[in-house]
Design a protein around this ligand. Structure first.
Ligand code: NOJ
Length: 539
């Protein structure tokens, strides 16, 4: 496999609105990120994925962009962004911009033009259709509840929006749209960014009239065209958000021979807590056996023809310690265990802000404290459909996107040190206990554990390129595996539950040459305590 710098990198995702507020307006900003670069550098990460910072009316917190070449006022200016790039570079940190190009904001100048008249030069930048029998052209739904079609009185046609009605979908079949996208991508590449995270990229090849949204027929043609016209020769990290990716599809994107992307985010492990065919809010009990199956599949499917991303969290997902871990008695142990499992695997790991502290989900008492459009729309829709309010709130506590969006917990002072003003969304009340300042001081903290895992990857080629093999396949409490590269072999053992687990490994795995990391002070032979995890090198 041709080696790439991003094979050995660790990425840290920043959700700027909730990271650090430097000017007291209650909203995180670019200067705030600059102030925290030393924190990130100390943690050891190589790359920052910045959730969108472009001009936006914030219907979906920046995922609705009204100008791709300017910065959202609350976050700062283009100068601040240039300064951030410069300061990050000083610390050898690259920055990925979040490219939201499936749709724009309805306040983008292209859409303002497009909706003016049927013969406007920008009309064909978006997807407009006549009514059918006085109704929507078909039953495509928006990810944020209701129909994906919105009636526009001015020209008496519907436009398509797979997300909110303030996020009209771009018409990628129009070559002029593609040229515009290449142009603003190059604008940012010229500023020295390290790459892109490509928002819902699998949707750009949609054929709405045939009900096709993800993985449309021209999707990969567009991505290759993008590669050729923008980052192709530049050694940038590009990661596509692909909810519908199977290993075969992921190879199409990430096989280096195909000149598309570096890697994709696939979500098969994330979907395991959801009833198949239902909405994300309809929970199903977790099964470790299924998790093992999914990870094994993704760890073994690529030879030299693809690359994995590794993640538990992002700004759309609940906190992992509250899903697969235990955010009560065993919060620290389980946060470390989940980190061990992931950071021992093959692929590029992504850490979402606060994950390195073991931050948890939040339970706001009242729906008025929630800000996320998806959550608020679902709440309204389900109430109207007759669901019980209590059940809806439980679903939000488990899966709502605001779980990830409460402010970063920096210290135990006012607002967790996030802002001196009034935070745009409430702080998780557990900030007094869980915060960066405490954890930096405590060598046994989740923070120091992450720091160590990042360092281990840097120092051990076997963690980067070693082959994966599952151990104890039938054990329904322990997730264990090996990684092997030449003569070097490591073993990872993780207990996913709060009861002890006994295990027996074949003889050749018994001798510990070097204990690389563990979340208990000592280790006990053939036994894992609640959420215990460790990684060791074999002789
Ligand atoms: C995926 C993003 O991660 C999410 O936050 C956003 O709402 C949708 N795409 C729409 O852009």
């Amino acid at each position: 496999m041709v080696k790439k710098w991003w094979h050995r990198s660790v990425v840290y995702q920043i959700y700027p609105r909730s990271f650090y507020d430097s000017n007291g307006d209650g909203i995180g900003d670019l200067q705030g990120i600059i102030e925290k670069l030393d924190y990130l550098s100390e943690l050891g990460i190589d790359v920052i994925w910045l959730s969108p910072v472009f001009k936006s009316p914030n219907d979906d917190n920046g995922y609705d962009i009204s100008d791709y070449e300017d910065i959202m006022e609350e976050f700062g200016t283009l100068k601040d962004m240039e300064f951030l790039l410069k300061e990050a570079k000083k610390r050898n940190i690259k920055i990925l911009m979040d490219l939201v190009a499936n749709h724009t904001s309805d306040e983008h100048k292209w859409f303002i033009e497009s909706r003016k008249s049927k013969n406007n030069a920008y009309r064909d930048f978006y997807i407009w259709r006549d009514a059918v029998d006085g109704k929507e052209p078909n039953d495509l739904g928006s990810a944020f509840s209701g129909s994906a079609w919105e009636w526009d009185k001015t020209t008496e046609q519907y436009y398509l929006h797979l997300f909110s009605k303030k996020q009209p979908d771009l018409n990628w079949e129009n070559p002029k749209v593609r040229e515009e996208v290449w142009s603003f991508m190059n604008f940012w590449i010229d500023k020295g960014i390290g790459g892109f995270r490509l928002d819902v990229i699998e949707l750009i090849g949609k054929v709405p009239d045939r009900g096709i949204t993800g993985n449309g027929p021209r999707l990969h043609e567009y991505i290759r065209e993008m590669n050729e016209n923008t980052f192709g020769e530049k050694e940038l990290l590009t990661v596509g958000e692909c909810w519908g990716a199977t290993p075969e599809i992921a190879k199409m994107y990430s096989n280096p021979q195909r000149n598309e992307l570096s890697m994709v985010f696939q979500f098969e492990h994330i979907g395991l807590d959801q009833i198949p065919g239902k909405e994300k809010w309809d929970l199903r009990p977790l099964s470790l056996m299924n998790l093992k199956k999914v990870f094994c599949k993704w760890q073994t499917c690529f030879q030299n023809d693809g690359w994995n991303s590794l993640f538990w969290n992002n700004h759309d997902l609940p906190r992992i310690v509250s899903r697969w871990g235990n955010d009560g008695e065993y919060r620290i142990e389980s946060a470390k265990m989940l980190a061990t499992l992931l950071h021992g695997l093959k692929g590029t790991p992504y850490i979402y802000q606060g994950e390195e502290l073991g931050m948890t989900n939040v339970r706001f008492a009242d729906i008025s404290q929630y800000k996320d459009i998806e959550t608020l729309n679902m709440y309204k829709e389900r109430l109207e459909k007759g669901y019980k309010q209590k059940g809806i709130m439980e679903a939000i506590y488990a899966k709502g996107r605001d779980n990830a969006r409460t402010p970063m917990q920096w210290n135990n002072g006012k607002n967790g040190g996030f802002t001196t003003g009034t935070p745009w969304i409430g702080i998780n009340p557990n900030y007094k206990l869980i915060n960066a300042e405490n954890q930096i001081k405590d060598p046994d903290s989740v923070y120091h554990y992450y720091k160590k895992l990042i360092k281990l990857r840097k120092e051990n080629e076997v963690i980067v390129y070693g082959d994966f093999e599952l151990l104890l396949p039938e054990d329904n409490q322990i997730f264990a595996y090996t990684r092997t590269l030449g003569d070097s072999k490591i073993v990872v053992l993780c207990n996913f539950y709060s009861n002890e687990a006994e295990y027996h490994l074949p003889k050749e795995y018994e001798t510990i040459e070097e204990l690389l990391i563990s979340n208990y002070k000592n280790i006990v032979k053939n036994r894992l305590r609640p959420y215990e995890a460790y990684m060791y090198r074999l002789p």
